[in-house]
Design a protein around this ligand. Structure first.
Ligand code: NAD
Length: 331
């Protein structure tokens, strides 16, 4: 994968620090950077990530894995020229279990990652989220929409942490001139997600493969946009290579209802599972779909992997895990 962009086609990174690099998305990003010849230091406290996600990278001489909580001051052995700040619980099950940790990571963790970038003269990229739009009144959501977030609801620990992280990133550029970029990721799925992490794709795939009912919340008409992990990684790297500050949406504008997603997964797995409708979580957004005009125009980026193909690859990965073993991956 080329780490390049239309504006800076020759931009290459010597050394990237990836916070949260042992997580689902971070581990794919570390692999893509290494494949492009960039040395990678992965910082992770393993609060929601897993060493096995990056086990395959440990033999690469360009890869360094450090256990660190980015909410506390940390050092890296040599200065990076790129800091990709992904550290944060991301699934509802995780951030509801770790509310204060999530807020600390979004605030102090982001501050520490920004300071590393400033000290090193590195470019900094924050992986923010579509959750900053909350339960949106504008559809699809463009970057100019300010959002509709309940600041004291259960999800606020994640949504507000990310909104604060965006504000902090912006202020760092204003005050210190730090070279920053904010990307707002919409739902991403793929191999290495955990079957019990509460996100729709891994939950449905695990349930379908285990012959359990697929638990669709509410009436199943709420929508999400699902982007395959390789596409999201390509978008993050394109935004890093570009001089753009953002925020810029990265997601798949193809919308799917949760009931349709469940049916599709039953079909693709050949499962005999049925669908069971269960209570909808508090403040669960009714719709979610990115306007990616900015990413298309500035980064010449748009998702390439069709949802059916992405689901096939994800299902194959879940199937390949030891039969009979806990597919949750939550070791
Ligand atoms: P994940 O939980 O798999 O990965 C997050 C990683 O961060 C984990 O490895 C975890 O151990 C690590 N981490 C958490 N707190 C930390 C801390 N204080 N110090 C060091 N490491 C810490 O989640 P993911 O899906 O890979 O998400 C990665 C990033 O992308 C997150 O910032 C998330 O908000 C963002 N994002 C993801 C999605 C998505 O659909 N996957 C959508 C929007 C935004």
């Amino acid at each position: 994968m080329a780490v390049s962009s239309p504006d800076r086609p020759d931009r290459r990174w010597a050394h990237a620090v990836v916070t949260g690099g042992a997580g689902f998305l971070g581990s794919h990003l570390c692999a893509a950077l290494l494949a492009a010849g960039t040395e990678v230091t992965c910082l992770d406290d393993f609060s929601t990530g897993r060493p096995e996600n990056v086990a395959g990278l440990l033999e690469d001489p360009g890869f360094t894995l450090c256990r660190a909580d980015v909410s506390r001051p940390f050092e890296v052995e040599r200065p990076p020229d790129l800091v990709l700040h992904l550290a944060s619980p991301a699934s509802p099950a995780d951030y509801l279990r770790l509310p204060l940790h999530t807020l600390d990571t979004g605030s102090a963790g982001t501050r520490n990652a920004l300071e590393l970038a400033r000290r090193s003269g590195a470019r900094f990229l924050l992986t923010s989220t579509s959750e900053v739009y909350g339960d949106p009144h504008e559809h699809p959501q463009s970057e100019g929409y300010w959002g509709n977030v309940n600041p004291v609801g259960p999800r606020s620990v994640y949504d507000e942490a990310k909104r604060f992280a965006e504000a902090l990133t912006t202020a760092h550029t204003t005050v210190h001139g730090t070279d920053t970029c904010i990307v707002r990721l919409f739902n991403t799925y793929g191999p290495r997600m955990r079957g019990h992490d509460g996100r729709a794709v891994p939950t449905f795939v695990r349930q379908a493969l285990d012959g359990e009912p697929l638990t669709v919340t509410g009436d199943g008409r709420q929508t999400r946009s699902l982007c395959y992990v390789d596409d999201t990684v390509a978008g993050i790297l394109a935004a890093a290579a570009h001089g753009l500050r953002g925020p810029v949406n990265l997601g798949n504008p193809e919308e799917i209802t949760m009931a349709d997603l469940a049916r599709r997964i039953i079909e693709l797995t050949g499962s005999t599972s049925e669908i069971r409708f269960v209570a909808r979580p508090v403040d669960d957004p009714a719709v979610r779909c990115p306007d990616i005009t900015l990413a298309r125009g500035k980064l010449q980026w748009e998702p390439q992997v069709e949802v059916v193909e992405g689901l096939r690859r994800t299902i194959a990965w879940f199937r390949d895990r030891t039969p009979g073993a806990d597919r949750s991956g939550s070791d």
